[in-house]
Design a binder for this molecule. Structure first.
Ligand SMILES: *Cc1c(COP(=O)(O)O)cnc(C)c1O
Length: 426
């Protein structure tokens, strides 16, 4: 039996309707921007394998560091123990994150990074209002959460609860806790009418909402919203799981704004897309609300693989590459190439064409993102036949290439996209 037939007997794939599922592509090797299948076909990974692979596949530098660390220390419990890769990574991240942030909490993916952020924010208010020894809290503990319509923060229950309600959450609707979902800010933004001082926190994907359809929104509007939240002491949580590490043209998307978040969630590109790791970075004043003789003020959260040494080492190696001049100039080069591509796209039938840094998105037809639109599968298979891997979000096509993509490879991707636009899809 070949790999595909064996797969079909035992595997349940993520975000995949298994019924009449097209054969999965059997990948045996990665090399830079390329994914290489059993037959030796090479595909340009134009979406960085679900937005994680920032330096390309099978990067030799990161691989070597992973190997060396695996021989030295592969895992250790992170309660009561520490190790060099975790401490070094925290030091380096705090060196490049907004200066307001002073502590790093590790977990192991993007959903857990946002879960931790929400728990930190809620417990900050609980801790701050607690009357010690009584196990009760005064009623000024804030418990409400603000989030943006159209947002996506992960697939665990807390992360789903703070995400937009839609096809991903429909089956779990009545098990999700309540949040106040407000419109993403616009250039002529007017703050919504809310009882602001009831809110514990706001969680948002800065400027670019990924899984919700690559929706881009206003910088000035976001700044206005954040300033209001800060003035009301609402903890601002930037979910940079996707936008972090250069995606939007800056190291972090929050850098586009004047107001800086109190908490930042990171994952995806953190390890260059090689290992699962999550980070929740928070301001020192949040951390201080948990430092107490009162044991109930502890953040009771952790995962078996919290701060896994190999994953932290992979992240350090990825940062080495990211901080080299070459990588950030590649980010600029891709952003500029995209700009030219976007102006060409405007001559086509593509709708709502938008770009931020290394991300370009547009709708093929229809006015807005429709995740269950049936063109998605045909676009993927058509693009694969032309040597490019794309995975539209329904009718929304987007590009998010690894930074090591060359001008020629990028042109090949653009050409395939132009072909897709001109073809009648079923
Ligand atoms: C992907 C994503 C997540 C969830 O990360 P996982 O590692 O897939 O759990 C959370 N927030 C944003 C903005 C994401 O893009």
């Amino acid at each position: 039996m070949n790999l595909v037939d064996r797969d079909k007997k035992v595997i349940w794939h993520p975000y995949t309707q298994q019924h009449k599922m097209p054969d999965p592509v059997p990948i045996v090797r990665g090399e830079g921007v390329y994914l290489i299948d059993e037959q030796g076909h090479r595909y340009i990974d134009a979406i960085s394998s679900w937005w994680v692979t920032i330096h390309g596949h099978a990067n030799a530098y990161i691989a070597r560091k992973i190997y060396e660390q695996a021989l030295l220390l592969e895992q250790v419990i992170f309660a009561g123990f520490t190790h060099e890769p975790a401490v070094r990574l925290a030091e380096r991240l705090l060196g490049i994150l907004p200066p307001e942030l002073g502590r790093i909490f590790y977990s192991d993916n993007g959903s857990t990074a946002t879960e931790v952020a929400i728990k930190m924010a809620l417990q900050y208010w609980w801790n701050s209002s607690r009357i010690e020894e009584t196990n009760t809290s005064q009623n000024q503990s804030r418990t409400k959460i603000l989030a943006l319509k159209n947002s996506y923060h992960g697939d665990t229950f807390g992360a789903m609860s703070v995400s937009a309600r839609g096809v991903f959450t429909l089956a779990f609707q009545d098990k999700l806790f309540e949040v106040e979902l407000i419109d993403p800010p616009t250039d002529d933004y007017e703050l919504p009418n809310l009882q602001w001082n009831e809110f514990a926190c706001i969680i948002y994907e800065p400027l670019l909402q990924g899984a919700g359809g690559m929706n881009m929104y206003s910088k000035s509007g976001l700044d206005q919203l954040l300033q209001k939240c800060k003035s009301e002491k609402i903890i601002c949580i930037a979910d940079e799981v996707m936008t972090g590490f250069g995606r939007t043209g800056k190291l972090f998307a929050s850098e586009h704004c004047v107001s800086q978040p109190d908490v930042i969630c990171l994952s995806k590109g953190l390890t260059g897309g090689t290992m699962a790791l999550g980070v929740t970075a928070c301001a020192d004043w949040i951390y201080q609300a948990f430092v107490s003789d009162d044991k109930l003020k502890t953040l009771f959260h952790g995962h078996s693989f919290t701060a896994n040494p190999i994953a932290c080492t992979a992240a350090l190696a990825s940062l080495d590459l990211l901080e080299s001049e070459q990588t950030m100039s590649a980010v600029n080069r891709i952003s500029q190439q995209h700009e030219e591509f976007v102006s060409n796209l405007r001559q086509s039938s593509a709708k709502n064409i938008r770009q931020l840094g290394t991300v370009v998105a547009f709708e093929l037809d229809g006015d807005a993102n429709q995740y269950l639109h049936n063109s998605s599968g045909s676009i993927t298979s058509l693009a694969l036949r032309h040597g490019v891997y794309l995975r539209p979000l329904g009718n929304t096509i987007y590009l998010m290439p690894p930074y090591c993509i060359s001008d020629e490879q990028l042109l090949q991707v653009y050409n395939v996209v132009h072909k897709l636009i001109s073809v009648e899809l079923v």
